[in-house]
Write a protein that binds this ligand. Structure first.
Ligand code: ASP
Ligand code: MG
Length: 439
């Protein structure tokens, strides 16, 4: 063990602190990147922290493993798929520990199961139900830097290895931070923080210095890919501040913390935190549903039974002459096939006319706690979209969000128009995308 350097400068922290850091796939894409991340981890250790790292698989290797699985079987068994996918993080964790040891510091890597990440038994989208960090705590106490394989755990009931769903390493990091009572969870990624819109669409997007848990939850749920939704839910529940920042620069990123309920409403506070978009949904319309009590319930019970999460739902007023109504809803495109099959099998029982499927849609959402106290936000949003020639297909709202479904090829112009209308455009372009294939 190398003894810690004297602590100095703005990066210094209290000597007792535990810092949890997460590095995403693009931050550990190759050997050089792994060595760079190792140096960064060692800096945090030298500053006097106990450091626990959750790491993703290298680059696009999870996608490559999935492609490989699909080449040997069109429908790989879920248990085996989790076995396969968790191997990606085992590679990066071991290489990272080696690179750290090469810098003269001792590191120990652990699989999710070894680290005490206990989940339910749902392969491919397991939920963390407990973290028992005994082995990690002992490794910290012995002075080691701890590296944990992201996005995986072990089922409490079946004892099988599980994965938390794509992007789940963020959640691993926050769960570890909560279990270890860490001071902060730093999420290192390939962008400088959370932006007011996707900089790939709006080059004038600005980095947010801070954002509340609720706004971040809405941003993540509405397609902002910078943080995994479940990680934000977890951080909110345990009140763990998340610092989202780039592993490619030393810039301060975005701190996600605090609740909208405890915000002091000030004049300067931005009304809108950002504009998010999502191209991963499809829309299904059930045409000609008899307008009788219980018909909608039957449709939605069947979809729930098939484990499909719906997003927006709209029921049209029934035509007086026919007493038939149309019900439309959006859902993840990846569930489109299952939903259509499930509904088709209900057709004679419910007696609707037909089913329509449309996956050429996108969702654009305006998010901000300030809209609770500022009238006219909806009017301004819709007139900006109208000005850009965008037609609205569906609308839904929450306390701090307005979402619209538009045609897929109008998503970019809708996002840009809303961003400009709410004065979110920066005067100078500051967004940098450092790496990643966006895959
Ligand atoms: N490697 C997994 C994925 O690509 C988990 C993660 O990166 O968080 O989804
Ligand atoms: Mg990845």
């Amino acid at each position: 063990m190398v003894s810690p350097d004297p602590v100095s400068g703005p990066m210094s922290r209290p000597l007792s602190g535990i810092v949890v850091q997460k590095y995403g796939g693009s931050s550990v894409a190759d050997a050089a990147a792994i060595k760079r991340v190792a140096r960064r981890i060692v800096e945090a250790k030298k500053a006097g922290n106990a450091v626990v790292v959750a790491v993703s698989a290298m680059g696009d290797s999870t996608d490559e493993l999935l492609d490989l699985a699909n080449q040997v079987s069109p429908l790989p068994p879920a248990r085996e798929l989790d076995m396969l996918l968790t191997s990606g993080e085992r590679i990066s964790m071991a290489l990272l520990a080696m690179a750290i040891s090469d810098l003269g510091f001792s590191a120990r890597s652990f699989t999710g199961s070894q680290a005490g990440v206990i989940t339910d038994s749902v392969h491919g989208k397991a939920k963390i139900i407990d973290v028992t960090p005994g082995r990690i705590q002992s490794a910290i106490d012995e002075g080691h830097i701890v590296i944990v394989a992201g996005f995986q755990g072990v089922s409490q009931d079946t004892k099988e290895i599980t994965t938390l769903g794509r992007g789940g390493t963020d959640t691993t990091a926050v769960a570890l931070a909560a279990a270890l009572q860490a001071d902060v969870c730093e999420i290192y990624t390939d962008v400088d923080g959370v932006f007011t819109a996707d900089p790939r669409i709006v080059p004038a997007a600005q980095k947010l210095a801070t954002v509340t848990y609720e706004e971040m939850l809405e941003l993540a749920a509405c397609g902002a890919k910078v943080l995994h939704l479940r990680c934000v839910e977890y951080a909110r529940r345990y009140d763990i501040p998340i610092h989202v920042r780039s592993s490619f620069s030393q810039l301060e990123g975005t701190v996600v913390s605090g609740s909208i309920d405890h915000q002091e409403p000030t004049m300067e506070q931005a009304i809108i935190a950002g504009v998010a978009h999502d191209r991963s949904e499809a829309k299904i319309t059930v045409v000609g549903v008899p307008d009788k009590v219980g018909e909608a319930a039957r449709i939605f019970e069947a979809l729930a039974g098939a484990q499909i999460n719906l997003d927006m739902i709209v029921q049209n007023v029934s035509a007086a002459a026919t007493n038939l109504t149309d019900i439309s809803f959006t859902l993840p495109r990846s569930d489109g096939q299952t939903a259509m099959t499930t509904l088709a099998s209900l057709q004679s029982e419910v007696g609707f006319d037909s089913l329509l499927y449309d996956d050429k849609i996108g969702k654009v959402s305006l998010i901000g706690a300030g809209m609770r106290s500022h009238p006219g936000v909806t009017a301004k949003f819709f007139s900006a979209l109208a000005g850009a020639g965008v037609s609205l297909r569906m609308i839904s709202t929450s306390e701090i969000r307005i979402s619209v479904v538009v045609d897929e090829d109008e998503v970019d112009s809708a996002v840009a128009a809303a961003h400009t209308a709410f004065d979110l455009d920066a005067s100078e372009v500051e967004a940098v995308v450092y790496g990643g294939s966006g895959r």
